[in-house]
Write a protein that binds this ligand. Sequence first.
Ligand code: SF4
Length: 246
Amino acid sequence: MRRGYLSEIFLSFQGEGAHLGRRHLFVRLAGCNLRCRYCDTPDSLELTPEFVLSRDGNTSERHANPVSAPEAAVLAQSILAAHRCIDGIAVTGGEPLLQSEFVGELLQRGNFGLPVLLETAGVLARRLPDVLPWVDIVSMDIKLPSNTGERPFWDEHALFLERARGKDLYVKVLVDEGSADEDVDRAASLVAASVPTAPVFVQPIVDSVGRPCISPRRLADLFVLARRHVADVRVVPQTHKVLGIQ
Ligand code: SF4
């Protein structure tokens, strides 16, 4: 029985990517190996002694970390049982693959009967087999060194794309005014080389009040760069900030 660190469990609408607008139960894992400059979940970056469970969006309960996988599965099931019209489970972070064995056991024990969407930065390919049997959809980022403040992860992303091939997969590339042409070009080339049919979501980075950090003209330029390699490229902003929801 594995124990792990959660950040929060809550119900909301998916705000990004191919399943935008669907109602998901979010299971957010604590801890991340990266520190992207634009990170919008700073509270999930470190392991904390407690996590927050929100059953209805109005009230929240605090539970102790680390939590066992069966206990976490029961808590998630209790929210699913109390609500109708939930489209899926979004396993997110932080970086959920840092606790891949815990996540795998949680999903296996949970047996949720809903599509499971894994949201990951896509740099920990070797941990994918721990979770992939219980995951239906993979949402991976390709991190651009020109806007993350991190080192390049091209090799890690290439390996991840290769290992995730065969799953329902889409890729997010976050961009701002300073995102380099060569980074977007390389990201799209990686996708084209490995999973050419995967949609690529070019997602504008936003500031603390939700304004895009990129001009329409630059966004169009980066779209065209990506579109040269990948047939299905879409420019889609985050919507949960617009809606003022979690
Ligand atoms: S990988 Fe995600 S959670 Fe981690 S620092 Fe970057 S944006 Fe934040």
